[in-house]
Design a protein around this ligand. Structure first.
Ligand SMILES: C[S@@+](CC[C@H](N)C(=O)[O-])C[C@H]1O[C@@H](n2cnc3c(N)ncnc32)[C@H](O)[C@@H]1O
Length: 284
């Protein structure tokens, strides 16, 4: 390892063909080629930064935190260990939400992103709706001040101004005048049980635990936050408002059951690209 670091510095001085060699050296040191390319692209002009990133990656840190940004749909989101790394299945949730919103054909919908993290879901919706000429506004809430700070940075980075950020334990601190006002509520709450968490890839230990793990409820592992959001979202939705919520793959039936009990008029569940039940759609 030390030899490799020294050789990086030496190769730096060779102008010709230096970057493919850097990639090869990272691969020789144990990184996947795809990751090595990304790291060289990011830090290829700064040997110290590349060296530090390589060390952190080989220790097991997620690539996304090392790079400090990651693509999500049309946005390049800044992120660090204060927020969850947005997942590909959550990109699908945004598609579902856009489709649901399109059926209402609203010119200026009001959106709520519950547990916004980096802002991935809400800010993507805002950006993509703006591109379609829809004048949406967004309220983005999270219990983590760090996550809210990160989401604010991403809103500024992408020039998304029709958004307000609220520090809140789910719906508890939302302005009461927003009752029955939202056209769309989106959420990707924590839904992994304590038991399951211990058996998962240790790389998850780099992400905020509060973004991943939830207590059990209704006899279902990790279901407490999903259940609470389904029940409480109902009162914050407008007349034909819709909740689009990501849940664990074993939570589909329970989510549908709670949604029906809570009074939603139309409920169905959407499978993710791996064929697992993943997104509850519940219309008021
Ligand atoms: C699974 S992460 C989702 C982050 C982001 N929406 C995404 O999809 O990438 C869950 C988020 O919910 C937030 N959260 C957890 N408990 C909360 C609570 N009681 N009230 C509000 N937000 C909460 C976490 O801080 C975290 O940002």
């Amino acid at each position: 390892m030390h030899y490799w670091l020294t050789s990086v510095r030496v190769n730096w001085l060779r102008v010709m063909d230096v970057k493919p060699r850097l990639v090869d050296q990272l691969v020789d040191a144990g990184l996947e080629r795809r990751e090595a390319r990304w790291m060289v692209e990011e830090f290829g002009d700064d040997p110290d930064a590349l060296e530090a990133a390589q060390r952190r990656r080989l220790r097991g840190e997620p690539l996304q935190y090392l790079l400090g940004h990651w693509p999500f749909r049309t946005l390049d989101l800044d992120l660090d260990e204060r927020v969850l790394i947005p997942r590909p299945e959550t990109e699908e949730l945004v598609d579902v939400a856009l489709k649901e919103l399109a059926t209402s054909n609203l010119a200026a919908p009001l959106l709520l992103d519950v547990g916004c993290g980096s802002g991935a879901i809400g800010l993507s919706l805002l950006a993509e709706l703006t591109e379609r000429g829809v004048r949406a506004s967004l309220v983005a809430l999270d219990a983590s001040p760090d996550a809210l700070a990160n989401a604010r940075v991403n809103a500024l980075k992408h020039g998304l101004h029709a958004v307000s950020f609220v520090h809140s334990d789910w719906f508890a601190s939302l302005d009461p005048t927003l009752h029955s006002r939202f056209d769309l509520i989106v959420a990707n709450p924590p839904y992994i049980s304590e038991d399951e968490f211990t058996s998962l890839d240790p790389i998850l230990g780099y992400e905020p635990r509060a973004a991943l793990v939830a207590p059990d409820a209704c006899g279902v592992g990790g279901f407490a936050d999903v259940e609470r959001i389904i029940r409480e979202a109902f009162d914050w939705l407008g007349l034909t408002g819709v909740l689009v919520l990501e849940h664990g793959e074993a939570q589909g039936d329970a989510a549908l059951c709670v949604a029906t009990e809570s009074g939603y008029r139309e409920c169905h569940d959407v499978k993710d690209f791996a064929g697992h039940p993943r997104v509850l759609v519940a219309r008021k």
